[in-house]
Design a protein around this ligand. Sequence first.
Ligand code: NAD
Ligand code: MLT
Length: 314
Amino acid sequence: MANFRVLVSDPISEQGLASLLEAEEVTVDIRTDLTPDTLLQVIGSYDALLVRSQTKVTAEVIQAGVNLRAIGRAGVGVDNIDVTAATQRGVIVINAPDGNTISTCEHTFAMLLSLARKIPQAHGRLKAGDWDRKSFVGVELNGKTLGILGFGRIGSEVAKRALAFNMRVLAYDPFLTRERAEKLGVIMSSIEEIVEGADFITVHTPLIKETKHLLSSEQFARMKPGVRVLNCARGGIIDEAALVEAVQSGKVAGAALDVFEVEPATLANRLVQLDEVIITPHLGASTEEAQINVAIDVGRELLHILRDQSFKNA
Ligand code: NAD
Ligand code: MLT
């Protein structure tokens, strides 16, 4: 029987990876402390590499992975993997597109409510011993317009929850049809209609050439004064420098960010320092359920690839 070697180089739920860990013909090495140099040294002896988002699977890593047949990403975004280099070398890249949809949607909704009611700011003030009720007057979601840019798995789940909060939901996605919009109770809109008409704007696209700085100074200038924006998708979809200016000028009343142009984000990022901006360190998919789900999905498909069986990918 063949013996396949799989390297897991980021923390990934072992419960979710059970099918891989228990497969007789597979040896799994979990090594989450590898430096980029060590990864380059060891990758040559593995048939598959399994990562979350920390490991940067560069063209160099793929080149050094002379036996690599597949790279699995326990999550949605494959932007930490050089997919072009992998494709050129015939290495299959798979992800787990469904397993963290609900967790990321719920995180977005938690951010939406926190942003509207300034909960993180009020929490911080009271923890510092200051009973301040005047500084934290918020706004209701009820009756407000939410604009969703990117109406895929997460965007459409966010819409369902917003409708339950009695929000009016505008959605833009190049693949959205009028029938689907009507079925889900949202208003199919252009980017311009969302930018000019929404009280809250949330982005749920991948980060690709077309979506880089989808919201930039030009769009901020056309937004309603007091608009609030959210990004729980990928850093760079909103132009961070333009957002800083829009918040400082008062045009944008607040922002909620789970993702950043440079991660980990530090105090050097001006958005981290602005009171009106609430932030989390890329926690959208960080629930017990999502981490088990994505590990199950990617582990199963990786096993299919190693066994030369048909496999599913996004
Ligand atoms: P998805 O593929 O289901 O949906 C993305 C949608 O964006 C698609 O419907 C696509 O048609 C649309 N789109 C593409 N280009 C567009 C454009 N130019 N303008 C508007 N829409 C466009 O993906 P998803 O699972 O909903 O994930 C959405 C984003 O969230 C991705 O960037 C993903 O990496 C990110 N994500 C983040 C976390 C987190 O931890 N914060 C967790 C999961 C996913
Ligand atoms: C994803 O793309 O799935 C997210 O970045 C979630 C993650 O793995 O942290």
